[in-house]
Write a new protein. Sequence first.
Length: 326
Amino acid sequence: MTRNVLVTGGAGFIGSHLVENLLVDGGWHVTIVDDLNDFYSPEIKRANLSSFDGDAAVEFIEADIRDEEALAEIFGRRRFEMIVHLAARAGVRPSLAEPRLYNETNVCGTLNLLELARIHGVGQFVFGSSSSVYGISRKVPFAEDDSIRKPISPYAATKAAGELLCHTYSHLYDIRTICLRFFTVYGARQRPDLAVHKFTRLIAEGLPIPVYGDGTTRRDYTYIDDIIQGVREAMDYTGSMHEIINLGESETTELRRLIELIEDNLGIKAIVDLQPVQPGDVPLTYADISKAKRLLGYDPQTKIEDGLPRFVEWFRSAYAKQIAQT
């Protein structure tokens, strides 16, 4: 029996990998909703979608999750058993410049989808949250029951608000909601504004890389394949009606070490441009994944020393194609 799932943000980095995984698995009809906005080049998202061209198991609809009427029309045409909500305005620093846009998309857009889930009897709602909600936490690793009452960016605040809405709709309307806190996801097709991709491109082009602070910040870098495994397990989860779950590698890498790894894999020395610490940035992210292991059987396999060479290999291929087309 074919299962109908709505994937918002399905043209993006994590979303396109999820759709790809569902198609390989089979038994799914995937409706992708994405507005192809210009936060980064829409052509990148169209390229992500191109691999699904002609597949009868995928329908792409260009729509904004802020548009209630467009969403209502989509839900009126097909009955969904599940929603995987990955669409969002992303990024800590841009949210400082456009807090209203982040609120409208990440909070109001999530509310629109939860309301339609209520109206149309959708039983499962998987929400893509972020490790940013933890703010500057003195307790490490970060556990799901830690306080998130002190976010330090509008982006983090909107993701925390989305989690609260999920809890409310689960409590009131018996929608199973699983909020997944993603920790610094990287891999093939990663967004170009994120550090791994941005640094790799700049180093390859012989341009300076901006390093904010002294390079001692640490991140829990999580390879895309491990994230997708966690998302798929969350889609199949049939336990309690509301859960918040970390998805990370549960290992941290210092920024200076990340740069060294990129240098080693490219065979090029970085030109480092030291900059002041940026407002909204946190010094450390570090996931406690014991809950994910217990509830989802989550078992991340890819250490940064293994995942980064795979990313650089993809980057070389994608970069060569880009140059050939110019």
